[in-house]
Design a protein around this ligand. Structure first.
Ligand code: NAD
Length: 509
C-alpha cells in the first residue's frame, strides 16, 4: 500500500493526495497539490519582500533566526510529534532533526556577518587598484527537499539562504509535507517579515513549476533522477543550482582497525533512520584477515536492534513504499546471484507498516545491484577483499561519490585512504557526520551532485561575490590605455621579461 495516493477530486479543483503513516498505514491527512499559479504567486511574494529583507543588517536578520531557536526549544515535543507521525522514525532520531536545526540556525545567525562581510582582497600585480569583494544575495531562492530528514533538510538551506539576504520559496516532499509546514510555522512564530519565507506544497509538478518560476537559485536535495531534470531546467534557464543527490557510500575496514568500534559504526551507519540517509554506509569492504571477526560482531550488534513503532526501539519503518520495493528488489537480486543473508532479509512480519528488518549480507559481488545502486534502506552488504588497494579500487568503482568512511588505528593512513576515495567528503573512524558538522562543506562528486551546501562555502553559494575594483591614485591615464605605440609595446615586453623572467620579478608575480 502506498503512503501517498491520489484522492479523486472534482474537475477544476486542485489535485489531492492522501497520506498514510508508514508505521501503521493509517490515514494521517490530505494534501492539496499547488500548481504553477500558486508557485508564481509565492515567488512574487518572495520577490516583493526581498529588497526589504536584504536591506536589514546581519544582526537584524540573525535576531529572527535566534528567535526561531527559542521557539524550537520551547515547542520541540510538538515538532517531534509531527515528524514521527509522518516518518515513523524513533523519537531520538526526530529530536536529532530539531537539534541539528538549532545548531544550523545559531551557526549561520552568529557567523554570516563575518563570512559574508565585504572584504579587501590583496592585489598581487596591479598595485594601483584596490579590490573589494561584496557578497550580494542572489534574490529569491527556490528550495526543494526530500522525505528522509523532512525538517532539517528543509530548514538548513532555508536558514542559509535567509541569512545571506535572499527570500525563500520552499517545496518540501509530498511524502512528508507536514514537516515542511513546520518550517513555515517556525518562521511565522519567530515573526519573520511577510514574504521572506514562503511555502508551496505538492509533488513533482509543484517542484518543476518552482524550477521554471522566476527564481534566482535552486537548492535541490533528492534523487539523481530528479536532480538531472532540475539541473537540465536550470541549465536551460541559466539559473544557478546546487544538486545534493544520492550516494552509495563505501566503508573500508583495514586490518588494523578497532573492530569493535568499526562494527558498531557499520551497524549505526547502515541502519540509522532505517538506512534512509544519503550518507548511509551502503557497502563494506573488509580486509580478509579481519573479515570473519568483523562480520561476527556486526551480526551480533544487528541482532540486538529493536524494530518498532512504539516505546523504545532503534529501527523505524521505511518512510516511502516505493523505496521499500527498491530494497526488496536489491536484496532479491543479491540472493539470486549468490549472496547469503546473515540477518533480516525480509519485511518484518510482526508490523503492519513499511518495516524491513535490518539486513546483513555477505558473499556479495560487484555485479549485484546492492553494490552498485543506491538502496536507501536498512541493508549492509559486506564484501571481503584481499587488501586495502583492492578495497580502494572497489570503493571507487561506482557512479556515486557522496561520502565514505575508513577505519584504521593509523590516522595518517586513514587520511591517505580518505583522500584517494572519489567522494565529496570522507570520515576516518566514524561515519556520516560530515553533514552534521556545520563548518564542513557538503556535496557529492560524480552522480552524487553538483555544488556544496553548509559551512562558509555553502553560505556563500547563496550569494554572488561581486568584485569591485577601485582605482587608488587617480592618474590622468593608464599604461594600457590609448594611444598605442611602438614605445608602449617595447615597455610592456620589458615589463614581462622582468616580471616572469627574473628572480626579482617573481617576487611580484
Ligand atoms: P526525489 O528526487 O524523488 O524528490 C525530491 C524532491 O523533488 C521532492 O520534493 C519532489 O516532490 C521533488 N520533485 C520531483 N520531481 C520533480 C521535478 N521534476 N522537478 C522539481 N522537483 C521535483 O527524492 P526523494 O525520494 O524525496 O529523496 C530520496 C533521495 O534524496 C535519495 O536519493 C537520497 O540519497 C537523496 N538525498 C540526498 C541528500 C544529500 O544531501 N545529498 C540528502 C537527503 C536525501
Amino acid at each position: 500500500m502506498a503512503v501517498v495516493e491520489p484522492v479523486p477530486s472534482a474537475p477544476g479543483t486542485r489535485r489531492r493526495l492522501r497520506l498514510r503513516s508508514p508505521a501503521t498505514l493509517e490515514p494521517i491527512g490530505e494534501l492539496e497539490v499547488q500548481g504553477p499559479e500558486d508557485v508564481h504567486a509565492a515567488v512574487e511574494r518572495a520577490r516583493k519582500a526581498q529588497p526589504g529583507w536584504a536591506a536589514l543588517s546581519f544582526d537584524d536578520r540573525a535576531r529572527y533566526l535566534k528567535r526561531a531557536v527559542r521557539v524550537l526549544l520551547g515547542r520541540q515535543d510538538e515538532f517531534v510529534d509531527v515528524i514521527v507521525r509522518e516518518t515513523g522514525k524513533p523519537r531520538t532520531e526526530a529530536l536529532g532533526e530539531i537539534l541539528a536545526a538549532c545548531d544550523a540556525l545559531t551557526f549561520y545567525a552568529k557567523r554570516a556577518k563575518r563570512i559574508l562581510a565585504d572584504r579587501t582582497v590583496p592585489v598581487h600585480l596591479m598595485k594601483t587598484k584596490r579590490l573589494r569583494l561584496s557578497y550580494r544575495p542572489l534574490g529569491v531562492a527556490g528550495i526543494i527537499t526530500p522525505w528522509n530528514f523532512p525538517f532539517i533538510l528543509a530548514l538548513n538551506p532555508t536558514a542559509q539562504a535567509l541569512m545571506a539576504g535572499n527570500t525563500v520559496v520552499l517545496k518540501p516532499s509530498e511524502v512528508t509535507p507536514f514537516s515542511g509546514r513546520l518550517v513555515e510555522e517556525l518562521f511565522a512564530a519567530a515573526g519573520l517579515p511577510e514574504g521572506a519565507f514562503n511555502l508551496v506544497l505538492g509533488d513533482g509538478e509543484t517542484g518543476a513549476a518552482l524550477v521554471e518560476a522566476d527564481v534566482d537559485k535552486i537548492s535541490f536535495t533528492g534523487s539523481v533522477r530528479t536532480g538531472r531534470k532540475v539541473g537540465e531546467a536550470c541549465g536551460r534557464r541559466l539559473v544557478p543550482c546546487t544538486l545534493e543527490l544520492g550516494g552509495k557510500d563505501p566503508m573500508i575496514v583495514c586490518a588494523d582497525a578497532d573492530l569493535e568500534r568499526a562494527a558498531n559504526g557499520a551497524v549505526y551507519g547502515a541502519f540509522t533512520n532505517a538506512g534512509q540517509v544519503c550518507v548511509s554506509t551502503e557497502r563494506v569492504y573488509v580486509v580478509d584477515e579481519v573479515a570473519d571477526e568483523f562480520v561476527r560482531r556486526v551480526v551480533a550488534r544487528t541482532a540486538e536492534l529493536r524494530q518498532g513503532a512504539r516505546g523504545e526501539f532503534e529501527i523505524g519503518p521505511m518512510i516511502f513504499a516505493n523505496q521499500l520495493e527498491v530494497v526488496e528488489r536489491h536484496v532479491a537480486d543479491a540472493v539470486a546471484k549468490g549472496a547469503r543473508v546473515l540477518a533480516g532479509g525480509r519485511r518484518n512480519p510482526d508490523q503492519p507498516g513499511l518495516f524491513y528488518e535490518p539486513t546483513v549480507l555477505v558473499d556479495v559481488r560487484h555485479d549485484m545491484q546492492i553494490m552498485r545502486e543506491e538502496t536507501f534502506g536498512p541493508v549492509l552488504p559486506i564484501m571481503r577483499v584481499r587488501d586495502e588497494d583492492e578495497a580502494l579500487r572497489l570503493a571507487n568503482d561506482s557512479p556515486y561519490g557522496l561520502n565514505a568512511n575508513v577505519w584504521t588505528r593509523d590516522k595518517r593512513k586513514g587520511e591517505r585512504l580518505a583522500k584517494a576515495i572519489e567522494s565529496g567528503s570522507a570520515v576516518v573512524n566514524d561515519c556520516m557526520l560530515t553533514y552534521g558538522v556545520t563548518e564542513s562543506p557538503f556535496g557529492g562528486l560524480k552522480d552524487s551532485g553538483v555544488g556544496q551546501v553548509n559551512g562558509e562555502i555553502g553560505l556563500r553559494s547563496f550569494c554572488h561575490a561581486q568584485s569591485i575594483l577601485i582605482d587608488r591614485f587617480g592618474a590622468k591615464s593608464e599604461v594600457l590605455w590609448y594611444p598605442y605605440s611602438g614605445r608602449k609595446l617595447s615597455l610592456l615586453r620589458r615589463a614581462m621579461r622582468v616580471l616572469w623572467g627574473t628572480p626579482l620579478g617573481r617576487l611580484f608575480s
